[in-house]
Design a protein around this ligand. Structure first.
Ligand SMILES: [Fe+2]
Length: 517
């Protein structure tokens, strides 16, 4: 819904805001899921909330008996005293009583504040940001990125500390929820998923998001920063690709699973109509522009994949293969799908931004690693579920970056539950074209640090690796350099975990590659 000219009702709301009550706690009234903003433009953003007085109701509809009217108001000031735009949305059970209000007509390059009202209650306030005009020359962009927040494996302190940084934007890079649950009682969990162990249908996907959105740290972050969003596999099923389940057996109806998962994802996220799912399709990838300083492309690494290379027994899920798997390097296969690859290469050709950031779900760099073959013999090879499973896509994109003289490409990723800084070349003897930073998990279990660390001598383009922490990455972009901080929390099992900087890196304008800061 677009903004309306201020009317009497909104002025009354503005007057009441002078006596604003503090943010309401989860469980209080219909706003148990908090608020969020996303999909920023030069004129506005999408404001999100959901009416859910009983957020985990078994039918996935949040305990709402009937549609209701929600009023949103955008304010000029943090005190919520000066309303500048307002509108109304009617919620519907078809979208689980979620609200996606597309606010337009605001000023570029600034923060606004907002709040919802429905059923006699007010939501907590939130803060949202518009993008600068294309010709603007911002002196700085601050963003944080995070991935892999398994509710059962820890508290979301990383999210709380991102909120405290108050960045311009937060990037969610996938595994925002986990569809599976821990079945091994010996395995540590700090809290449990709700009544459905493994999510397979729309009510269960809705309730998995609903559970995560009762978390106070995630609520705080979503209220504090406008989101740029992509997904990875666990929003649907572990290691799925396109319409292929990780299981070779035909007991999973993947189009139906994907349709339910994509709908629940859309409902749960502050995404505009441009990303509305149609059946099992959802165009999530998109580009944003932060004045002359940065282009930010958000990629979709799951929906358009070619089939995984060289499946292992009865499973397509990620595993290590040797060079004997020639399917892996077949140039007719794509990780992003050829349409998305073309879109991205066109973006490269047109971009005149100083920094070209790409948010996506996985480690881009090649990594020669240890694995086991079908008979459990140790092997050395390449992991099939990430970019190493689709090296032709990686090479095409890196060559395209070089051919279009793309300025300062920086890949930002997640999935692998460990911190990485790498340098990317289109071929082993070509110069470094792009720089990569991968964030560790918010909470999800680390892989074996030693297994990866043993292979670092075979992978000299990896400049930093650590799989012993949880946290997020903070990025500050300036015209002359980009700085990243790898932020580690003290203990994922401690709801009050502190944060510290594990490592700091700088990329100089015009010099791709990693320099310790
Ligand atoms: Fe993950």
């Amino acid at each position: 819904m677009t903004n309306l000219v201020l009317n009497r009702r909104s002025l009354v709301l503005g007057g009441l805001a002078t006596f604003a009550v503090p943010a309401r706690a989860a469980g209080d009234g219909p706003f148990t899921q908090g608020v969020a903003s996303g999909d920023p433009s030069r004129q506005g953003f999408v404001l999100w909330t959901r009416l859910a007085p009983d957020p985990l109701a078994a039918d996935g509809l949040g305990g709402m008996p009937a549609p209701a009217t929600v009023t949103w108001t955008v304010y000029d000031d943090e005190a919520l005293e000066k309303p500048v735009a307002t509108g109304q949305v009617t919620t519907h059970p078809d979208s689980a009583h979620t609200v996606h209000a597309e606010v337009m007509g605001l000023k570029p390059d600034r923060f606004y504040w907002y709040r919802f009202e429905a059923l006699g209650a007010q939501s907590r306030p939130g803060r949202a940001r518009t993008l600068p005009l294309p010709g603007a020359r911002p002196s700085q962009l601050r963003l944080c990125f995070a991935s892999c927040s398994n509710y059962e494996q820890g508290y979301f302190s990383a999210y709380r500390h991102i909120a405290d940084e108050a960045p311009d934007f937060v990037m969610f890079l996938g595994d925002y929820i986990y569809e599976g649950s821990n079945k091994d009682p010996k395995k540590a969990t700090v809290r449990r998923h709700d009544r459905v162990a493994d999510v397979r249908d729309l009510p269960a996907y809705r309730n998995r998001y609903a559970l995560y959105h009762t978390d106070p740290d995630l609520q705080r972050l979503r209220a504090a920063a406008t989101a740029l969003i992509t997904w990875d596999d666990h929003e649907v099923q572990n290691d799925y690709g396109a319409y292929l389940s990780q299981y070779m057996r035909d007991d999973v109806n993947m189009p139906a699973l994907r349709q339910a998962a994509y709908q629940a994802f859309y409902e749960a996220m502050p995404l505009g109509r441009r990303a509305l799912p149609h059946g099992p399709h959802m165009k999530l990838y998109t580009g944003y522009r932060f004045g002359s300083l940065a282009a930010i492309d958000m990629l979709d690494g799951r929906q358009y994949r070619s089939a995984a290379a060289c499946p292992n027994g009865d499973a397509r899920k990620g595993h290590v293969v040797t060079d004997a798997c020639t399917d892996r390097v077949d140039p007719h296969r794509s990780m992003l799908g050829f349409e998305q690859e073309k879109w991205l290469c066109d973006r490269f050709a047109k971009s005149d931004a100083t920094w070209n950031l790409m948010g996506q779900d996985l480690l881009v760099a090649a990594f020669v690693q240890k694995g086991k073959d079908r008979d459990k013999n140790p092997i050395i090879g390449h992991y099939t579920d990430g970019w190493d499973g689709y090296p032709a896509t990686r090479e095409r994109l890196l060559w395209a970056m070089q051919a279009s003289r793309l300025r300062n490409p920086v890949m930002l990723g997640g999935d692998i539950h460990s911190f990485w800084a790498t340098e990317l070349r289109p071929s082993p003897d070509a110069p470094v074209v792009a720089t990569e930073f991968v964030g560790t998990s918010v909470t999800s279990d680390n892989p074996s640090h030693q297994d990866f660390a043993d292979m670092l001598p075979e992978n000299p383009h990896v400049k930093y690796f650590n799989a012993r922490s949880h946290g997020y990455v903070s990025v500050t972009v300036r015209p002359d350099h980009l700085e990243t901080r790898f932020q580690a929390i003290s203990d994922r099992a401690d709801p009050n975990a502190t944060v510290s900087t594990e490592k700091r890196f700088v990329v100089e304008n015009g010099r791709p590659g990693v320099v310790e800061g």
